[in-house]
Ligand binder design. Structure first.
Ligand code: ADP
Ligand code: GN1
Ligand code: MG
Length: 361
């Protein structure tokens, strides 16, 4: 049952609700497109407060970050309207509406003339997506990282993600551990590499930056006519992090030959030409800001983000599917298997991928 019609009037849109449709592509929030009599459209989201208990912190971050990006867009002569998300105020004056059951709602203007892709069949489009994420990070290069709340603690701390998986496996709350022996062993075999990025950051080999941290293809709006990326969305996890996270997460999803939950693993592999296109676009957007060491480590970023999300899907499966939205009981396990197939494929293609990265460093 949708409450969208009831929630909509609490936001300052000066528009009249005519209908809504749920958008089901994200795994975290509940997202609705709202149509109005005036022709303007909006995104209304019920935030996932299990994942983001401090919805207010998330919105504070988003207001700061979108304001900063708008200024940067103006400076470079781009259209600030299209360059980022635009949160809509509530009539009460804030940016969150709390319903009678404690649900937290927020609203954005709908980004018109653009689509969010679930898969990419053009290296050119993927290059443009890479450029958008690179530009996003460059725009935030002079943003004061201390002004941001950590919306999810240790979000890309891969060793800590492994510790959570180990605990879930040992606890085995849902009696699912016996089913995942093979997958669990796959991760165990790779434990020595899980700290490669966190260690490099601690040692200062690679710098801390303000990063997006959730650079899935469907978190970018792409112009439906030109195929050029318009703006980066889903800013809930903008936090201090590594450029390798943003690169890697985009590769694991967008350079994959198949959907994240494809179960025919023969169909699941990394498309090397998409890896290179994204890399080119990302570096163009960053405009020289990455260090040679970061560039050389980009393949490790792809490997790390892929195994990390595989670990997270597997842990959530063992925990009883409390975090990611699932459509059927094995969904998280299928996703984990899919990600581990990509990890194995990245390992097979390792020499080719490191050669590509070296050519750009
Ligand atoms: P989740 O955290 O659940 O992934 P998102 O913020 O990514 O939620 O939103 C889910 C989907 O809704 C996006 O993948 C995109 O398709 C659509 N969406 C979100 N914001 C906008 C927007 N401003 N304009 C158009 N579509 C949007
Ligand atoms: C989630 O919100 P969404 O669907 O864009 C998750 C990411 C995972 C991704 C896996 C806040 O992204 O970290 O990589 O699913 N977001 C959060 O598809 O946990
Ligand atoms: Mg999303």
């Amino acid at each position: 049952m949708t409450q969208v019609k009831e929630i909509f009037p609490f936001f300052d849109t000066r528009c009249e609700y005519t209908g809504d449709e749920e958008i089901i592509s994200g795994h975290i929030n509940r997202t609705y497109r709202v149509d109005t009599k005036q022709g303007r459209r909006f995104i209304l989201q019920k935030m996932n407060t299990y994942v983001f208990p401090r919805a207010d912190y998330v919105m504070e971050n988003i207001l700061l970050v979108t304001g900063h990006i708008r200024d940067k867009a103006r400076e470079r002569g781009a259209d600030p309207e299209r360059a980022t998300l635009h949160p809509v105020r509530t009539l009460a004056g804030g940016y969150l509406y709390e319903d009678g059951q404690g649900g937290k709602w927020r609203m954005y203007r709908f980004t018109e003339g653009a689509v969010s892709l679930q898969s990419c069949d053009s290296p050119e489009v993927f290059r443009s997506v890479g450029e958008a994420f690179g530009t996003f990070q460059r725009d935030l290069a002079d943003f004061d990282a201390k002004a941001l709340h950590e919306t999810i603690e240790r979000f890309h701390d891969t060793p800590n993600r492994f510790a959570a998986l180990k605990k879930a496996y040992e606890t085995d709350a849902c009696q699912r551990a016996a089913q995942v022996e093979k997958e669990y062993r796959f991760v165990l075999d790779r434990v020595p590499h899980l700290a490669d990025i966190t260690r490099a950051m601690e040692e200062g080999t690679i710098p801390l930056r303000v990063t997006h941290n959730d650079t899935k293809l469907n978190n970018v709006m792409v112009d439906e006519k030109t195929g050029r990326a318009v703006c980066v969305i889903d800013l809930d996890t903008v936090m201090p992090g590594s450029a390798l996270y943003d690169f890697g997460d985009a590769i694991r999803f967008g350079a994959s030959s198949a959907a994240e939950d494809e179960t025919d693993l023969e169909k699941v592999f990394i498309r090397t030409e998409y890896f290179e296109s994204f890399l080119e676009g990302f570096l163009t957007g960053l405009d020289g800001a990455l260090t040679p060491c970061e560039i050389e480590m980009l393949p490790r970023g792809a490997w790390m983000m892929t195994i990390e999300v595989g670990i997270r899907f597997l842990a959530d499966y063992l925990d009883g599917d409390r975090y990611f939205r699932v459509e059927y009981p094995q969904h998280n396990l299928d996703r984990a298997r899919n990600q581990f197939k990509l990890v194995a494929d990245l390992e097979e293609k390792w020499d080719a991928l490191t050669d590509i990265a070296r050519r750009y460093s």
